[in-house]
Design a protein around this ligand. Sequence first.
Ligand code: HEC
Length: 222
Amino acid sequence: MYYIASYHTHKLVITLFILIYLVKFILLMSGKHKTLESFSARIKIPEIVVSSLFLITGVSLLFETAEISGLMVAKIIVVGLSIPVAIKAYRGKNKLLAALSFLMIIGAYGMAEMNKYMIIHTQDLPSDVVTDASDPAYSMVIHGKALYDTQCINCHGADGTLQMSGANNLRLSKMTEDQIVERINTGKMTMPPYDDFFTNHEKKAISEYILSLQDNQGIQSQ
Ligand code: HEC
């Protein structure tokens, strides 16, 4: 549960941080040094609060993140580097450095948004899984499991109960097959949208597999 709270707090403080930074950037670029100084003095305490919340939520999210992609590592490095660049820029009223740090912050934001799509894996099913529905040996649930294991397992776990990256327990889900297909299409929060990625048949197979996990609910205690 705390992941979801951290996630939304993190997004909110990032927005506030960028807004504060944007005002400072505009003031520096337009040469309004006096206004910049009084704004910086006035915003100091809120800025400390925002930056601390940003760091605390960011670090706590990392611990519960199912999969840390290269892009996410790059994002964290860019954010880390932007801090000394920004400090130097505003101390020396250096427009070039200010522009650079602003670009770094916006770039990091873009990387974070793109990251969602980086965790969609290439489809690499085990060779013994029959994917041709007209084959007599075909099983929709086995096909669904194989697809689930390549794309969903990092967050939801083999049995649906892992709950990494803010995911909820699939064994406790009350969704119907159609609703599961819809969620696969749209994604939610950290879950990427897979609408173009799977065929309709594959989406149905995954949904059947998820529903089959729930059928076993009485066997393994929660
Ligand atoms: C990066 C992590 C992540 C991956 C990968 C992921 N999910 Fe999710 N999943 C989530 C999150 C986060 C939620 C939303 C939790 C919420 O509603 O607050 C979610 C919710 C769901 C739900 C809704 C359950 C309910 O009752 O609300 C379904 C169904 C689901 N995921 C299926 C899948 C399937 C199928 C895949 C693979 C194709 C997948 N997920 C991959 C994180 C992930």
